[in-house]
Ligand binder design. Sequence first.
Ligand SMILES: [Zn+2]
Length: 481
Amino acid sequence: MNEKPNIVFIILDSARADFFSCYGYDKKTTPNIDKIAKEGVLFKNAYAPSSWTGPSHTALFTGKYWSRIKIPYVNLGLSNQEKGKIEENFFKNNFVKILNNTGYETISYTINNILMKGKILNIFKKQEIDLANKCNLYIGQNVLEKPLKIPLLKSILTLRFKKAFFYANAIFKKLIIMASKKKANHKFLFGDRIGIKRYVKKLSSFKKPFFLFINSMGTHYEYQSKKRNFKNLGYEDYEEIYFDSRNKIGPLMYLVDENIPVSEKQVENTKKLYTASLNYVDEFVGKMYRELQKKGLLENTIFIIASDHGDEFYEKGIFGHAKTLNNGIIRIPLIIKFPDKFNIKGPYDDLASLIDVFPSIFGLLGIKHHETDGINLFKQKNKIIFAEHIMRFRSKKDELGICAINKDYKYMKMSDGSKRLFKNADFYEKNNIINKNKNIVDSFENEIKKIGLNEKCLGKTDFVMFDKSSLKKEMEGLGYL
Ligand SMILES: [Zn+2]
């Protein structure tokens, strides 16, 4: 047995906390994760450091808010020299590099092409990149796991052309994947039991302790699930939602500039798709956990489940993420199951940020690291944490800004000059109490000044990542189309 514990870190992309049953959702969306949470530490008040994948992962791997690192996931108008400096700094000061130097085998696995584009996973010794990414195609699990020709014929014969189109499109994608002879990786990502077994076997062959990082796109739109997940949650309209609604919801997720009308039913269907996808990735997490247990690896593994940000469901007139700093987007699940010898269990009530995860783990393991904005949660309490949305990603309607959160309040300072203050108990941020609480606002302002975050930190926030034609291609790559 290795002295140093292994670390398995699963980011469920776009999974917001309040839809997990262990965070109080009224349906049993995440039974496997609930069990792990009971055996480990459930961080009740965990926040993402940013509203979207790129900046959140940068902050996770460096322990610093994105504005201090500035990896240019979008066109920030930087010169090549400036970009080079930023990358050099990132590659020098990140937790994975330290694990590499401390004798860990480090492996990352994802199909998230934002992470690929930012090159940030280059810090891992090994990268498992699946083919869908290389082809710039996003493939749902249905494409590879289900027979497709028979349902295609059936849908044509019964004149259900939308469905027929879905299957024809899927067959086309599958052919491309098969032609490349590299389909096995998908199976792992989407939770196929054989894939996980194979992968865990690979992990158990390592002579060194390992750090496995997974970014699973199952909970990212287009919300992957199977019929059984709808059944598990008591939804009866699988066909309609999975095959019909799903195609209509995509444009709502990213075309926020186009004022597409939204019905209550669309909101409900989107939530059903989303919760079913949580139930689906929960199976994958459970299988991974049990397989590590079977191979005798779990007893020396720190098992971490979190997300990089959530998604909104029209609570404030938008769907998806990367647009604002509302609680639907920045309140995330964070669960850590430690090996028994650490003797750490039970819920954690104080504030936690994704940027605290590595400083906390490294603190426990006695591994030294560079200076960070995060803290060791097992030694100190957070008085205040921050989140940023200061890099316009996809919409002119983005609400750029930063927010600061203490144990009672959340203060939002937007780049258009507007300010808001909410009680943390006001989850949906309905009651802006900014006018009655000057002292609280002043103290937040002081803290923001102290840490040096700026809601206009780049001074260049007036652009959109893609023009219309490349937007379409990019959105196809991320699964929105
Ligand atoms: Zn993400």
